[in-house]
Design a protein around this ligand. Structure first.
Ligand SMILES: Nc1ncnc2c1ncn2[C@@H]1O[C@H](COP(=O)(O)OP(=O)(O)O)[C@@H](O)[C@H]1O
Ligand SMILES: [Mg+2]
Ligand SMILES: [Zn+2]
Length: 584
């Protein structure tokens, strides 16, 4: 451990940066491999350390740098994975002032040019004082192409006295040509047990008192990053006198009490709307953020789904015994179908809350809707019941509810009626080089791409903030609403580039835009609902289930299309496949 003089306060994460592998937690596999390589005198030319923030990449790079140049207390030692910490090289590296060890951060603007120059200019000279000339490059994925090229040249014919230590949080952005010349180590998220022990040890060293469940909360929030955990611990114990409690940490993290979220969850599952609403508003009054409450509900739903499949997963030390017991009971009681539906509805609710003018109102609406989850009839039940209902005279032949109300209908409108069909005259205007973009004949195909990219925020913004002016594959002209975030267009551009491999031209017009997708969807939905509500079959449903709401409308044609798309030889017998309450 690096000891620090008593002058001034040093953040815990800094203060306890491991100086040796013995102090590094949770990365045993990497350390073992490194030891073997050093012992066998097969030290790679370049190392690539990757992993999420705060798992020990920079720390490891510095330990390796010391190990490579350490000469031991007696000045006789060779490369080691156990640097002595006292020789001139170790000391200088620890203090960041060794002439042969260059630490650079590719994420800083000034870094990039320097890195290129430093590598090109100095690589051919021997180390001045130590065995190796070492380049530590942090966030290496940020290097410019020219810097990578300079690097590659060196990596292709590496002088024996040069070593590279790269660290990155985004390994996929590192060129394969560079990757293939490195020994790669994937630093792992720290397991909860290991993290808890580490935090308790640090708290002990700091003579700070912190409750066990408070440490558990911090561990959970840190999601495997030691740096995050240490910063949270820092804040938590800075609160001052006496033992830091779980309540304090919860308040610090803006978390609702898990027990109370469980209460809410149980009320919802029991279908007790009034109790659920009371509980929600009580939590709101206590300062809970409605979005956080919904997120917690989603987390519990996910957790219950996991432990109902693997009960062992409940043995997580960050979960209190009380919560665990309640969870296991619930998991056993609730069918997976209910949990899955709850999950889907919560995701949708979170989307809505993000868009709603008043988050609490939206959360209340969501909770009311959710209370219907558990008591929804199974699709099987429903079909049976409907079959028993005598069909009103004059009703149309059997089949789907309504017709022609979903699917392609809004599509035609989205293009503003312009003749933009696939392969039409406009498609020919699309850039002809690169990937074939004619597979994206309409603006809807762009929306589908955004959907596929799983970027909910972007999807919502595309649906609510863009008014289409004109469309051709690869080319998009839009008007943006006042609410559109500044970076929406560049983000959409990047996403389209990633998804299609082509650069899309997106221009912003000041007028001429149609309605947003959201507006179109809402209009179509209204129309469809009005139509469907009149349908005799729907009337029958409503008389049987007065609380029923129209959650989704799918036309017969759309259902057939869907079935065809899944390409089963024949439509399976089980009614289970068709779930009129499904939220997708
Ligand atoms: N595996 C680890 N074991 C012990 N402490 C760690 C570990 N990883 C990170 N830390 C702590 O977090 C701080 C930052 O670590 P660092 O190595 O810079 O993370 P990274 O470079 O992966 O983002 C360190 O000073 C140390 O306090
Ligand atoms: Mg780092
Ligand atoms: Zn040393």
């Amino acid at each position: 451990m690096t000891e620090t003089p008593d002058t001034g306060y040093q953040v815990l994460a800094r203060k306890y940066r491991p100086a040796t592998f013995a102090d590094l937690i949770g990365q045993e596999a990497m350390v073992r491999t490194l030891k073997n390589a050093f012992d066998a005198d097969r030290i790679a030319q370049a190392f690539m350390l990757t992993g999420i923030r705060g798992t020990g990449k920079t720390t490891t790079a510095r330990i390796i740098a010391k190990g490579l140049n350490c000469i031991g207390a007696d000045g006789e030692g060779g490369p080691t994975t156990d640097p002595c910490g006292v020789c001139q090289n170790c000391v200088a590296i620890t203090e960041g002032r060794h002439v042969d060890v260059m630490e650079m951060d590719a994420a800083s603007n000034t870094g990039v040019q320097n890195i290129r120059d430093a590598i090109i200019e100095t690589v051919s000279y021997r180390a001045a004082q130590a065995r190796y000339k070492i380049f530590i490059i942090d966030e290496v994925h940020m290097l410019s192409t020219s810097a990578f090229n300079a690097l590659l040249k060196t990596l292709e014919e590496p002088p024996a006295h040069v070593k590279f230590l790269f660290a990155t949080t985004e390994i996929r952005k590192v060129p394969v040509t560079v990757l293939s010349r490195c020994q790669r180590f994937d630093l792992r998220r720290i397991e909860p047990e290991v993290m808890i022990a580490h935090l308790q040890r640090i708290a002990g060293l700091e003579s700070a008192e912190i409750a066990e469940d408070a440490v558990a909360l911090i561990t959970r929030a840190a999601e495997g990053s030691v740096r995050d955990a240490m910063s949270l611990l820092d804040q938590a114990i800075a609160h001052g006198a006496g033992e830091t409690t779980a309540d304090q940490v919860r308040a610090m993290l803006g978390l609702a009490d898990r027990g109370r979220v469980m209460d809410l969850f149980e009320a919802i599952m029991a279908g007790e709307a009034a109790t659920a609403l009371d509980e929600l508003s009580a939590q709101y009054a206590d300062g809970a953020d409605p979005v956080a409450v919904l997120r917690d509900l989603a987390e519990i739903t996910h957790w219950l789904s996991v432990i109902s499949i693997t009960p062992d997963a409940a043995e997580d030390p960050t979960i209190s015994p009380d919560e665990r017991t309640r969870g296991l009971v619930l998991a056993e009681k609730l069918p997976m179908r209910v949990l899955t539906r709850m999950w889907q509805m919560l995701l949708k609710a979170l989307e809505e809350v993000a868009m709603a003018p008043n988050a609490m109102m939206a959360a209340e609406m969501a909770v009311i809707r959710l209370t219907h989850v558990a008591d929804l009839p199974t699709p099987g039940d429903l079909v049976k019941k409907l079959a028993e209902t005598p069909r009103p005279a004059g009703g149309p032949p059997s089949g789907g509810v309504g017709g022609g109300v979903s699917g392609p209908a809004p599509q035609a409108r989205a293009t503003g009626g312009a003749p933009l069909g696939g392969g039409g005259p406009q498609a020919a205007l699309a850039p002809q080089t690169g990937p074939d973009l004619s597979v994206y004949p309409t603006f809807e195909s762009v929306v589908a791409l955004v959907e596929g990219a799983r970027d909910i925020k972007l999807l919502i913004e595309v649906k609510t903030c863009l008014r289409l002016v004109s469309y051709a594959p690869g080319r998009l002209e839009v008007e943006v609403t006042d609410t559109a975030p500044r970076d929406l267009i560049p983000r959409l551009g990047r996403m389209l580039h990633t998804a299609t491999g082509a650069r899309w031209g997106i221009s912003v017009a000041s007028s001429g835009g149609t309605t947003t997708i959201q507006e179109q969807e809402q209009a179509a939905q209204k129309e469809a609902e009005a139509e469907v509500t009149q349908h005799p079959l729907m009337q029958a449903v409503l008389s049987r289930f007065p609380k029923a709401r129209i959650a989704e409308i799918r036309s017969h044609a759309a259902l057939e299309q869907e079935a065809a798309a899944t390409a089963l030889e024949e439509i399976p017998e089980e009614a289970d496949d068709w779930d009129p309450f499904e939220d997708e």
